[in-house]
Design a protein around this ligand. Structure first.
Ligand SMILES: Nc1ncnc2c1ncn2[C@@H]1O[C@H](COP(=O)(O)OP(=O)(O)OP(=O)(O)O)[C@@H](O)[C@H]1O
Length: 314
């Protein structure tokens, strides 16, 4: 196979109408390649289509149209192999309370048809730090342990691609760090490709080499995290002029100017390329007396909000 763990072309999904609900087009033609060996972030607001996409990858939801290849296997041509290449840690804590972690992992391995001689139950228990609890009933496990067990269940068939759907939602910092350490290790030591959805943009920034932002069933941005962070390098200088200004002052190249409703002038630029001093100088050169001045520094959250509210209209 080539350099991609996942190749998605023109993927569409329309959920059928039910009762008074009209049909819902959840994916509107998604093209997305995810490089093998990467840690890839899939971000988007609630209802954007992330779970639909992930569930299609996992073989849990049937696509309406388009092509999906997992580890080189076309879902339509080689459904079994494509499914065996991927493991999914779901959002919900759906664990049978009457199974022990060991039994839960064994059952899961059975579901994937892993022969007994090739099972790696002990190794998985160790990787998720549940050796001590291997034979305790799952109902006695803490929320954090259950989450780790879900991760373990996604690993029993040694998938090349691991999908984590909101793995750290509602999880305390210590457990979050432990989960990330586990996941990084899988990525580094076994080359497992990791795809994760998260609402913690800071986490995505720290963990993911590349990020796709999905909104209203479409990919609206896909870039290396470094490039997205580069976008965030934008800084806005807000100038409150002493007297009303009717003409925006001339600015150095690369500065976007606008005027706010309250009359304030705002100038957005990349700090890397243009200094704040140069912008202030240009304002003064235009004969504008500055009454007050402030700077605004957007973070990934702002970029995300801007992208999902402007380009993503249905
Ligand atoms: N089984 C279903 N039947 C009908 N509509 C559905 C079904 N599942 C999801 N949808 C709709 O499809 C759209 C995409 O939903 P999806 O769950 O994929 O979004 P999401 O990005 O995962 O959101 P969240 O972050 O809240 O999990 C939403 O409008 C949702 O209401």
């Amino acid at each position: 196979m080539g350099g991609n763990a996942i190749e998605i072309e023109g993927l569409t999904k329309t959920y059928a109408a039910s009762g008074s609900q009209p049909p819902k087009q959840a994916l509107k033609g998604v093209d997305l390649d995810i490089p093998a060996g990467s840690i890839f972030g899939l971000l988007g607001p609630n209802g954007a289509g992330k779970s639909t996409l992930i569930n299609i990858l996992a073989g849990l939801v049937l696509k309406t149209g388009g092509k999906v290849r997992i580890w080189g296997f076309d879902q339509d041509v080689n459904p079994r192999q494509s499914r065996a290449s991927i493991g999914v840690m779901p959002q919900e804590l759906n664990i049978d309370p009457f199974f022990t972690p060991r039994a839960a992992l064994e059952v899961q391995a059975g579901l994937y048809g892993v022969p007994k001689s090739q099972r790696i139950t002990d190794r998985v228990l160790k990787a998720i730090g549940l050796e001590d609890k291997a034979d305790a009933y799952a109902r006695n496990l803490s929320g954090g342990m259950r989450r780790r067990l879900l991760l373990g269940k996604a690993l029993v068939h040694r998938p090349q691609v691991l999908v984590l759907d909101e793995p750290t939602a509602g999880v305390d910092i210590e457990l979050r760090q432990m989960l990330w350490a586990n996941i990084r290790r899988l990525n580094e030591e076994q080359g497992t490709t990791i795809i994760l959805t998260t609402h913690y943009l800071e986490e995505a920034e720290q963990m993911c080499e590349e990020i796709a932002i999905i909104n209203h069933g479409e990919v609206i941005a896909r870039d290396s995290t470094a490039a997205l962070v580069g976008r965030m390098d934008a800084k806005t200088l807000v100038v409150h002029p002493e007297d009303p200004v009717t003409t925006l002052p001339a600015m150095p190249r690369g500065v976007e100017s606008c005027q706010r409703r309250d009359g304030a002038l705002c100038f957005t630029y990349r700090r890397k390329h243009i200094s704040t001093g140069a912008v202030i100088e240009a304002v003064r050169d235009a004969g504008i007396t500055i009454r007050d001045i402030a700077t605004e520094e957007p973070d990934l959250e702002d970029v995300f909000v801007e992208l999902t509210s402007s380009k993503g209209a249905a």
